[in-house]
Every structure is written in C-alpha cells, then in structure tokens.
Design a binder for this molecule. Structure first.
Ligand SMILES: [Zn+2]
Length: 395
C-alpha cells in the first residue's frame, strides 16, 4: 500500500488511529521513553521486514539461516540448543553488536541522542558500591551473553556466530549453570583473546570451563561499553548466588538471565545459593527499572515486562501462603508439602517444586512464621528431605 502519511487521527471503533511512518514506528519501539505509544511486536515485525536498512545486517551477517530475533538495532537473540532443564531445551544467546556507521546508523543515533536526556534516574544501581577486584568499566567491540550451546550442531553454530563478530569480544555470564557456559570452550578455541566477565561466584564455580580465557569479576555498577554504547551490570541474586543481569538504558532493555523465563514459573537453585528473599528483592528492583523489553535466557522476550514481573512477584507470595497452610494442616516433609501446596502442578514438575519448597520453608523459618508445633519437624525436613528429592528424580 502506498500513499502520503497524514497526521490526522481516524476514529475507529471509538479509538483514535492514524498512519505512521516506518521509521517513527521503529523509534517508538526502541525508545526508552515511557510516554511514547507502544508498538506491538507483530506490527513491528511487519514494519521491520519492509525496512531492512533501518535494522542493519546483524542477523544476516552473524546468524544467517538461524532462528533469531533482531530487536532493536544491535541486539540479536538466538535460541541455542543447550543442557537447559525441562520445559526448555535451548538457552538464548544474546549478541550485542551495535550498528556501525553507514548501515543502520541513522535511527540508532537518533535514539541515543534523544535518550541521553529524559531517562529517569536508575536509583536501583548505585555505582559507588563497587568493590575491590570488581571492574568498574570494560570496553569492547561486541558482546555475547551466556554462550550455553551444547556440543554438536549448536556449538558449530556458536563458532559461526563468534567468527562473524569483529574486534574485541566480551563474554558476559549471568550465572554459572552449565546451560549458560558450556560454549566457552568454543570461544576459547575460536576467539582466545575474548574477555569473560562474571560475578566472582560465577567465575569460581565454572572451574576449568574455558580455562585459557582471561576472566574478570564484574558486579554492581560495572559499565560495559561496546563501542559508544553502555550496558550496566545489575546484581540480580535469587536464582543463584552471584546471578547478574544487564540493563541498556537508552532502550530500557533488561537482560534478566534466569530470573524470569518465557514460560512457566520460577526455579531457584537451592544448591548454589538460590534464595527466596533475594529473589523477591531482585524482582522489586527489576520493576523499579521500568524496562520496556525483558529478555530472559529461556523462552521468548517479554514486551510487557511490568506485567510479567508483577506475576513473578505475586506467584512466590501466593505459593508461600499455600505452603504455610499445608504446614498448618500437618504436612512436615517436602513430599507432603508439595503434594498439598502444588496439587495444581503436574507431577513431573514436583522435584523442582520440592527445591522451591526448601527455600520457602527456609524463609518462613527466618521470618519466624512457622507454627511452633511444626517447627522441629520442618527443620528436620530441611536437612533430610534432599534424599526424598533424589527419589523423586529416580522415580
Ligand atoms: Zn540457571
């Protein structure tokens, strides 16, 4: 369809609609300015298909023929087969390679310049608290987040992707789980000069993976600058100890690691410092960031992060009260608590639920909310029910 664009509002079904230019749609989508109208992802997809010059050639150059989402300019999300746990089988590899001049530069410059002012202060990130041994600034030419590709085709694809990236490569790890770091060996092989960035707990826990790569600790307030664009490191404990997220201020894109997933509910790792209280605090801090897009490492990005995060805030609170009710009714082992408080959850997911129960009970105990009569029994359950969990997995 062709024609000239009018500023005139057209009332349709009682609501004002009007035609807009493709570039304007892209600008509304990439801007972190909350006062601009939102553009739905499907509409944006259609707009972008007709405007390849706006988006640059990142997808074609880096992930040719692969399933990937390029949004907004410079960001590429590529689901890669990994050792992720059910219901997922892939981990999203995020590539950040901002458009260079003469490609998609125009729109990109536009949002960088406009958003240099007018972005609300990010109170949740206090740069003054950076500790010794933690880098405060890192520079590179391109960035990948969570290379969790498993051996086989996925790692061949990872090799193709990183070989297509030019200049100093930075590799950011949100946490140490195998499905987020298994591809480091490929990076070690193909880009031995890459710098690996992660929380000190993450770097300690990955052990010998990517042994020859240079690794640096990052944390609260570290800024990672890729050419002239900066992402801020945000502490996001809860899923594991030392779990980190990234925030791109101009577009208000939040790379949330495993704090949220595109499907299902939360899963914390009780064996790696997962903590229900930290999880709740991180969720509140994420809400304060007022992200416009949230990219989880499993499943689809969310274009309504506020709605998603409210669900992630409400769900553990509801579950905690159900667990407390189950305990009041006499449940005093992980199994009996799960059978009661997770009766609505499919049985194959009960082992994971059991791990969350351990963390909920730990928090209830800390808050002194456990009924006195049940406290001893529940404490016993905290120490001994790990064996029951093993039985769950074997059955
Ligand atoms: Zn994880």
């Amino acid at each position: 369809m062709t024609g000239s664009v009018s500023k005139q509002q057209i009332p349709v079904n009682g609501q004002d609609r009007r035609w807009i230019k493709g570039k304007e749609a892209v600008w509304w989508s990439v801007s972190g300015n909350a006062t601009l109208p939102r553009i739905g992802p499907l509409v944006l997809h259609l707009v972008l298909m007709s405007q390849p010059n706006v988006m640059g050639d990142l997808k074609e150059r880096v992930a040719h023929g692969m399933c990937a989402m390029a949004y907004p300019p410079g960001f590429l999300v590529i689901p890669m087969r990994s050792a992720a746990v059910h219901p997922f089988s892939t981990t999203n590899l995020l590539v950040f390679d901002p458009p260079r001049e003469n490609t998609a530069g125009k729109v990109h410059e536009m949002y960088l310049a406009k958003d240099a002012v007018g972005v609300p202060p990010v109170s949740a990130m206090d740069r003054s608290q950076s500790n010794n041994g933690v880098l405060t600034e890192v520079n590179g030419d391109c960035l990948v987040v969570d290379p969790g590709a498993m051996p086989g085709i996925a790692q061949q694809q990872l090799a193709t992707i990183i070989n297509a990236l030019e200049g100093q490569l930075l590799v950011f790890l949100t946490h140490h789980h195998r499905d987020h770091v298994e591809g480091l060996s490929i990076i070690e092989q193909h880009k031995p000069e890459a710098l690996v960035l992660g929380h000190k707990e993450t770097l300690r826990r990955i052990g010998n993976v990517g042994r020859k790569l240079v690794k640096h600790c990052v944390g609260r307030g570290t800024s990672i600058t890729i050419r002239n664009e900066t992402l801020l490191v945000v502490p996001a404990a809860g899923h594991t100890i030392g779990h980190l997220a990234l925030f791109h201020v101009p577009t208000r894109i939040l790379v949330a690691g495993d704090h949220c997933t595109g499907e299902g509910t939360i899963l914390l790792d009780d064996r790696s410092g997962g903590d229900m209280e930290d999880y709740g605090n991180t969720t509140i801090m994420f809400m304060d960031l007022q992200a416009r897009v949230l990219i989880p490492m499993h499943g689809q990005p969310s274009f309504c992060p506020g709605v998603m995060l409210r669900m992630y805030r409400k769900h553990p609170i509801d579950r905690e009260s159900r667990i407390l009710s189950a305990i009041r009714r006499g449940a005093n082992t992980v199994y009996t608590i799960v059978a009661d408080a997770y009766a609505d959850t499919p049985v194959p997911r009960w082992p994971s639920a059991g791990r969350n129960v351990l963390l909920h009970v730990k928090l209830l105990h800390k808050k002194e909310r456990l009924p006195e009569a049940s406290e001893r029994a529940v404490k016993v359950c905290l120490y001994f029910d790990v064996c029951i969990l093993v039985n769950f997995w074997l059955s």
